[in-house]
Design a protein around this ligand. Structure first.
Ligand code: CAA
Ligand code: FAD
Length: 384
């Protein structure tokens, strides 16, 4: 077993670290306050090849492995989780889903520009539309319908909580075609945002990842050509689950980065802040807190890398990605709360960043399957 990163993986890690410090850190507090989508940062990430990291070069991607993706997600999330969630959705839900399950025509038309993050010089990214007001964790309970009209489908329904909702050009939409068939009657479709019947509705005012644009999307008699269905009739729910298994590695890495960012700030602060005549790191209770943080982060990193490695080896990674997501998100929450504590009152104000990391950490326990859903997946796996 080799725990060394390759030279290429180290190079990607360093590039992501530099990008986070140089491009994401300036203005991160203001973007959070004003809920400003980090368009400039995403465009630059696209130029670096980070919006289609695991897509094969013949489809416009960087052709990197999932381990490199984890490393890049971790570094960027240490600084700005609003940037990294946009990157995660485009890479591991949209591009992965199309590369793995799309037809050659779908790949040429949609994957190539999505992997580059640009089309005709303009930002071109995707969104993943599974959740609905009545179908979050209970994802098979789709109310959105896709009526089979022969040469096309007619889609009607409401999707909510959609990341990249207003900035994406392409939506992967999950909808029910045949209710009698349950999850086997669900399809997945490629829908363009500017098609008639698609409305970008309310933007959410959120606790964390406030730079990310989260919207409700209304679909009213949206005519979708048959060739825009992904996979065979009835493949939509399996498509969503298989794609989410990879997506969860992305969110696990996001959580890992949030935890790492909070830890580094707490560690550096503890080395300089003095109380009772000494740096606070010399109070054992603080030192031990830092030790526990470092330990949990290391375990989370190993779980993320193992899940990524299994994906790269084409092994089944359903359980390991859920384990990584569950553990890393619980770690992000715990570490970021403790990082605020290490900062005392200074941790409670914006300039020290840890309060934002703490707010951002919470979402990692909710989206792409709550911690309870990850326990469902893991328990079913171990009890099988
Ligand atoms: N691979 C292939 N097939 C799978 C699968 C997988 N990983 N998981 C389930 N399936 C199949 C099952 O085998 C079953 O098919 P058969 O009937 O042929 O056996 C079918 O799908 C239905 O599966 P279940 O019976 O397990 O379904 P369930 O109703 O019990 O739900 C669940 C399972 C794990 C809870 C699932 O509904 C789930 O993952 N819910 C959470 C949804 C979620 O993660 N949403 C995220 C939205 S995207 C997002 O959040 C993006 C973002 O924030 C940035
Ligand atoms: P519910 O499913 O109603 O769950 C409520 C509570 O009950 C949770 O604690 C849950 O764990 C628990 N619970 C539910 N069922 C069970 C059970 N069987 N056993 C034990 N506990 C259970 N979705 C998308 O499709 N695309 C996106 O891009 C996207 N981005 C998002 C961005 C943000 C900022 C947010 C907040 C959400 C996003 N989501 C997205 C939706 C997200 O995936 C859902 O919020 C999540 O899956 C939970 O669904 P819910 O909110 O309906 O909660």
């Amino acid at each position: 077993m080799d725990f060394q990163l390759s030279d290429e993986q180290k190079m990607i890690q360093q590039a992501a670290r530099d990008f986070a410090i140089q491009e994401c850190l300036p203005g991160v507090i203001e973007r959070d306050e004003k809920q400003k989508f980090p368009k400039e940062q995403i465009e630059k990430l696209a130029d670096l090849g980070f919006m289609g990291m695991m897509v094969k070069p013949e489809y416009g991607g960087a052709g990197l492995d999932t381990i490199s993706y984890v490393l890049a997600m971790e570094e960027i999330s240490k600084v700005d989780a609003s940037v990294s969630v946009c990157m995660s959705v485009n890479n591991s839900l949209v591009c992965y889903g199309l590369q793995e399950f799309g037809s050659e025509e779908q790949k040429q038309q949609y994957l190539v520009p999505l992997a580059q993050g640009k089309k005709n010089g303009e930002l071109y990214i995707g969104a993943f539309l599974l959740s609905e007001p009545e179908a979050g964790s209970d994802a098979t309970s789709q109310h959105t319908t896709a009526e089979d009209k022969g040469d096309h489908y007619l889609i009607n329904g409401t999707k909510n909580w959609i990341t990249n909702g207003s900035s994406a050009s392409v939506y992967l939409v999950i909808a029910q075609t045949d209710r009698l068939k349950g999850s086997k009657g669900i399809n997945a479709f490629i829908v363009e945002k500017n098609w008639p019947g698609v409305t970008v509705a309310a933007k959410e005012n959120k606790l964390g990842i406030r730079g990310s644009d989260t919207h409700t999307i209304l679909l009213t008699d949206v005519k979708v050509p048959k060739e825009n269905r992904i996979g065979e009739e009835g493949f939509g729910f399996k498509f969503a689950m298989k794609t989410l298994a990879g997506g969860r590695i992305g969110i696990a890495s996001q959580a890992l980065g949030i935890a790492g960012g909070a830890f580094e700030r707490a560690r550096d602060y503890a080395k300089t802040r003095k109380s009772f005549g000494t740096e606070i790191m010399n109070h054992q209770v603080i030192a031990f807190k830092l030790a526990d943080m470092a330990l949990k982060i290391e375990v989370a990193r190993l779980l993320c890398l193992k899940a990524a490695w299994e994906k790269d080896q084409h092994l089944n990674y359903d359980i390991s990605s859920s384990m990584a997501k569950l553990y890393a998100s619980e770690t992000a929450m715990w570490v970021s709360v403790e990082a605020v504590q290490v900062h005392g009152g200074y941790g409670f104000v914006k300039e020290y960043h840890v309060e934002r990391l703490m707010r951002d950490a919470k979402i990692t326990q909710i989206y792409e399957g709550t911690s309870e859903v990850q326990r469902i997946v893991i328990s079913r796996g171990v009890l099988k």
